[in-house]
Design a protein around this ligand. Structure first.
Ligand code: CA
Length: 521
């Protein structure tokens, strides 16, 4: 047979087209999990027994506080010591599993998007929070809420959103069956109304009118899946002061409703507090021993945790509900004294431990063994995979994208389970800033505050992102405050930590990063 180039090229083209190397893989690619068959079997047995007993898969309730420091709850070292006792949060932890190495992102919106999508900011594109009239949200992303809705769950979000205000990005259009809360972050509703902070706006009718006319939502809102957003009252200072009480009332009523419902539920209760500015709610002025508004806010949050947990018990829901209590980043230190406590270096906005290590408490009476404490690695992205696994729909994880989360069901549910996560990747905007493996951490980029003193507060303003001259290694057990690098003594770590970074970067070659979604348009 004669050589025919055109036939050969056609055959080659057909062969290329038949090989789906540009198509997404058939099964989802998630962050590889460590395998622990014994604890997996234990968790499976518990879940099967529960489904037999209750006739449905478990409910999931996430309580997400804004800017609460790792050290604020008493059981994490704060509480009475820092002028704000937290008996309800403490007893939630004592009755379940307290994590000491749960990780969020350095700021609000990136964390919220990661919690909901199982993906790091480099993939969901929300590298920083949208402020005032900025645009950008969960474009092209798939939330756990959406997948759980399809799996028969009733999905709800109560409280702060801060993941985009345009209609397509509002909660009721990205997975939530019902929503009550506000779309932004609390300070953008009130700081320009407060004559103490911004007299040049308050006493200028022109400037006040200018902000009032700015195109961002300034009201409490509610919505039902696929419906129009309904505008409720305007968020003035007194409204903001009491808004967490309104959110708590809604959640308690929601739980009463769900107790009578055949569907399991997935609820994110996202507090407004303790993000600045903390205006005390009615009855909370000076209620804390610390007397500062932040401390009163911590006491109020703790009371609400107690109310929500009581509502679970009162309505017979506790035995079939996984509760997760956490925060969306480390303490905000730029608005001193409206700030929380962390024993670690740095605060909100940094990838020092103080910026990203958050309280992480799991509670599930009779299912999660009481009194557990673990330093196992947990990224808030893991809630995506874990929620889908609890719902029995692991297969629903989308196969056209990389998922950074790991299914941690067996870690949480097995008697003394250990974490299924190998490492934590820390991001500053689009930069892979650090990696943690076991108790070791390597920095590539760091946040320098003020004159570079680690004791200095404030990682947002007056701070710079700097490229580390070389990788800086720390041992977080010996040196949790990251004061003394151990790079030269621990060079044996280099191939391990750099290998983890290389493995992560290879996923970005296969699944290119998303461009920043938050822009001023
Ligand atoms: Ca926050």
């Amino acid at each position: 047979m004669m050589w025919r180039p055109t036939t050969f090229l056609a055959a080659l083209a057909a062969a290329i087209l038949s090989v789906s190397w540009s198509a997404p893989p058939a099964t989802a690619e998630t962050e590889p999990a460590l395998q622990h068959p014994d604890q997996q079997a234990q968790a499976r047995a518990k879940l099967e027994a529960l489904e037999t007993k209750f006739g449905k898969t478990p409910n999931i309730l996430i309580m997400l506080v804004d800017d609460l420091g790792w050290g604020d709850p008493g059981i994490y070292g704060g509480g009475v010591m820092s002028g704000a006792p937290t008996p309800n949060i403490d007893s939630l932890a004592e009755g379940g599993l307290m994590l000491t190495s749960a990780y969020a992102q350095p700021t609000c919106s990136p964390t919220r998007a990661t919690l909901m999508t199982g993906r790091l900011p480099i993939r969901h594109g929300i590298y920083r929070p949208p402020m005032y009239s900025e645009k950008g949200g969960l474009v092209g992303e798939i939330t756990a809420a959406e997948l759980l809705h399809k799996a028969g769950y009733h999905t709800a979000l109560v409280g702060k959103w801060h993941l985009g205000e345009s209609e397509a990005q509002q909660p009721q259009n990205v997975g939530y069956d019902e929503y009550f809360g506000f779309l932004g972050v609390c300070d953008i509703y009130t700081e320009w109304r407060d004559p103490y902070f911004n007299p040049e706006v308050v006493y200028s009718p022109e400037r006040t009118a200018m902000i009032k006319a700015a195109p961002y939502s300034k009201h409490l809102v509610k919505a039902k899946r696929g419906g129009k957003l309904e505008q409720l009252e305007e968020i003035t200072i007194p409204v903001l002061a009491n808004v967490d009480q309104q959110f708590a009332d809604y959640t308690v009523e929601f739980l009463q409703r769900m107790a009578k419902d055949k569907q399991p539920f997935y609820l994110i209760h996202a507090f407004s507090k303790v993000h600045f500015d903390n205006y005390p709610a009615k009855g909370y002025h000076g209620k804390s021993p610390g007397k500062y508004p932040y401390k009163d806010g911590v006491v109020e949050v703790d009371d609400i945790v107690g109310r929500i947990v009581k509502a679970l018990h009162d309505n017979g829901l506790a035995e079939n509900t996984l509760v997760f209590f956490t925060s969306d980043n480390g303490p905000e230190e730029d608005m001193y004294p409206d700030t929380g406590y962390t024993p670690f270096r740095g605060g909100k906005g940094s990838t020092w431990e103080g910026g990203v290590r958050v309280p992480g408490i799991f509670s599930w009476p009779g299912v999660i063994k009481a009194g557990r404490e673990s330093d196992g690695l947990f990224d808030l992205a893991d809630m995506f995979n874990t929620s889908l696994a609890l719902a029995g729909v692991r297969d629903a994880i989308p196969a056209d994208r990389y998922i950074d989360g790991v299914d941690q069901t067996s870690f949480l549910l097995a008697g003394d389970g250990i974490s299924n996560r190998r490492s934590i990747f820390y991001y500053l905007n689009d930069k892979l800033a650090a990696v943690r493996w076991n108790e070791y951490k390597a920095h590539r980029y760091i946040v320098e505050v003020g004159n570079g003193q680690y004791e200095a507060m404030g990682s947002m303003q007056n701070a710079t992102i700097q490229q580390a001259a070389k990788s800086i290694f720390y041992n977080l057990y010996v040196d949790p405050k990251e004061r003394q690098a151990v790079t030269i003594r621990k060079l044996w770590l280099a191939p391990i930590l750099q290998g983890e970074m290389a493995r992560h970067k290879a996923t970005l070659m296969r699944y290119p990063p998303k461009k920043p979604q938050v822009t001023l348009e």
